[in-house]
Write a protein that binds this ligand. Structure first.
Ligand code: AMP
Length: 284
């Protein structure tokens, strides 16, 4: 039976009474199969007797565009039904904004891993993400927390925060869940028109085509970036544009000058106002 809690005090006292180990899956709701896979991974990790906690909170301080926050889908009852089906024990659903004091002034800031990729094009986004994630860790005090590799920069930052601030939680990264045509599942996909959705496999296809250059021994990052750009823009729809396209070291997330170690080719693209991210690993 799924317990719902809306306040910090309630969820804390509920979790104290529930068995360990406990695993937390932070989400912003609008749950899809990708989120459900994280819930299943959480259950697998804690076992049938352990506790699976999901948080559903559209975190206002991580949105750099007000319209993006306003348009974020929030089908709460559907989400809770899915959590129930998946055997989640506790849903933490704080009221919008209630997690932050009106005069809150302390945030978590990274100074390295957020310099490029989404961090460069979405100012303040990762400060917002790290702050809410640390708050959720402190509130729930779970043994494990599961995050998707789809948001690989976010996952890298959370690993870094946990390491640098000695947060007592084990982070588990879960592989990206994709549709049959290669499109990564995302709550944003439902905002695409049918034409945009049909075109969206171009993103993963372009990254894979660039990645395949590795078989030629190519080491120049620019060659990979240009190949991906070519495929992204080839016969593109009018409303399609690239936000960023970068090849970065997979650990430091800094641009590389030569491909000699595992790297990540990552992009964010717009279909109209809908922004989709994706990436691919390249192993030289
Ligand atoms: P969100 O609700 O978008 O903040 O996502 C909540 C969690 O689900 C994050 O850890 C995401 O990385 C993860 N997630 C979202 N989409 C996918 C996907 N397609 N595959 C794997 N994990 C995902």
């Amino acid at each position: 039976m799924l317990q719902r809690h809306a306040t910090v005090a309630d969820v804390r006292s509920a979790l104290k009474k529930l068995p360990s180990p406990q695993a937390l899956v932070p989400t912003m709701g609008a749950l899809h199969e990708g989120h459900l896979e994280l819930l299943r991974a959480a259950r697998k990790k804690v076992g049938p007797e352990g506790t699976v906690v999901v948080s559903i909170f559209v975190n206002p301080i991580q949105f750099d565009r007000a319209e993006d926050l306003e348009n974020y889908p929030q089908p709460l009852e559907e989400d809770l039904a899915l959590c129930e089906q998946e055997g989640v024990d506790v849903a933490f659903i704080p009221k919008a904004g209630s997690l932050y004091q009106k005069d809150h002034s302390v945030i978590v800031t990274d100074s390295l891993l957020s310099r490029h990729l989404c961090g460069a094009t979405r100012p303040g986004h990762f400060d917002g993400v790290l702050t809410i994630v640390l708050k959720l860790f402190n509130i729930c005090q779970s043994d494990y927390a599961i995050f998707g590799k789809k948001d690989f920069q976010q996952l890298a930052l959370i690993h870094r925060m946990v390491r640098d601030l000695d947060v007592p939680v084990e982070i588990i990264g879960h592989p990206t869940v994709r549709e049959n045509d290669g499109v990564a599942l995302s709550s944003r996909n439902r905002k695409l028109t049918a034409e945009q959705r049909a075109d969206a496999p171009r993103i993963q296809r372009a990254l894979a085509a660039a990645r395949d250059l590795v078989t030629t021994g190519e080491q120049n990052p620019q060659t990979y970036i240009e190949a991906a750009r070519h495929h992204l823009l080839k016969e593109k729809p009018e409303d399609f544009s690239i936000d960023y396209l970068e090849l970065v070291d997979h650990l430091t997330l800094q641009p590389i000058s030569k491909l000699t170690a595992p790297a990540t080719l990552a992009t964010a693209c717009f279909y109209g106002a809908v922004r989709l991210i994706d990436h691919i690993e390249i192993y030289p």
